[in-house]
Ligand binder design. Structure first.
Ligand code: FPP
Length: 252
């Protein structure tokens, strides 16, 4: 299934770093932070950092596929990012449109299923059309499931879910974890097991508040444009060395 991804990380190389390929998390989420700082260090405009960030994302997708990680979710644009200078917001929106258009064929061929998660409000018509095409063209793929969180906020998602429930013809008398999940953008996805944030910031910034309840958090000082498959592997090794008890005494 991941035949094409094999060109990336060889199983031999993984073993050398003592990663147990049989115990990789099913779902990884990444907060891709540090693009602006990466650019500033080089005397470049912030947008250059975002551009480099796209290349890195592509490399990490291949690495995840090769490692057998089924779900990769990335935080590309938050509901708070609208507060950035309008030139940067416009640049990012155009970048999403360009990348989603240019990469559609490769994503389709590489058996990647792409979903864009977040509110569709405030996104321009052109971008919405590209998103629609990308999701439709890749919807039957079953290799890597890539979820790009765009115009996403964890609180907004929960509030939107509650409002959807309240607008149902028959409002349920009771809600439990499973029934609430049905109204989240991530209804088809398993819980996040590992959340990585780059750039040294140690917070989750309104990302996947519900989905990452039991996620292991790994913070790395590496800026996103410098993040490599080695850094990913190190995060996975760290994940595998954590004692995950889910509130119990014994390991599950
Ligand atoms: C955070 O770094 C990064 C973003 C808000 C944008 C992330 C977007 C990409 C990596 C491009 C992804 C592209 C596609 C097509 C999904 P920052 O700008 O906050 O960096 P700073 O904290 O150093 O200023």
């Amino acid at each position: 299934m991941f035949g094409v991804f094999k060109r990336w990380t060889s199983q031999k190389e993984i073993k050398k770093h003592s990663l147990d390929v049989k115990k990789v998390p099913e779902h990884i989420a990444i907060i891709m932070d540090g693009n602006g700082r990466w650019a500033k260090k080089r005397g470049l405009p912030r947008t250059a950092g975002h551009q480099k960030g796209v290349q890195v994302l592509k490399e990490i997708c291949y690495a995840c596929g090769d490692l057998g990680i089924k779900y990769l979710s990335v935080f590309a644009f938050s509901t708070e990012n609208w507060e950035r200078p309008v030139t940067e917001v416009n640049f990012l929106m155009n970048l999403f449109k360009k990348v989603f258009t240019e990469e559609i064929g490769e994503l389709e061929n590489e058996n990647v299923r792409v979903q864009i998660l977040g509110s569709r409000n405030n996104l321009d018509k052109g971008l919405l059309q590209v998103i629609d095409r990308l999701e439709k063209r890749t919807q039957n793929n079953d290799g890597l499931f890539l979820n790009v969180c765009l115009n996403y906020g964890g609180r907004a998602e929960i509030i939107e879910a509650v409002n959807k429930i309240l607008s149902e013809d028959q409002i349920p008398e009771k809600i439990d974890e499973e029934s609430l999940k049905e109204f989240l953008y991530t209804k088809d996805l398993p819980d996040v097991e590992l959340m990585i944030r780059t750039s040294g910031e140690m917070r989750i910034s309104n990302f996947f508040l519900y989905q990452s309840a039991y996620a292991e958090l790994v913070f790395t000082p590496v800026l996103w444009p410098n993040f490599t498959k080695e850094d990913l592997k190190n995060a996975l090794i760290e994940f595998q060395n954590r004692d995950r008890r889910f509130g119990r005494v014994e390991k599950r």
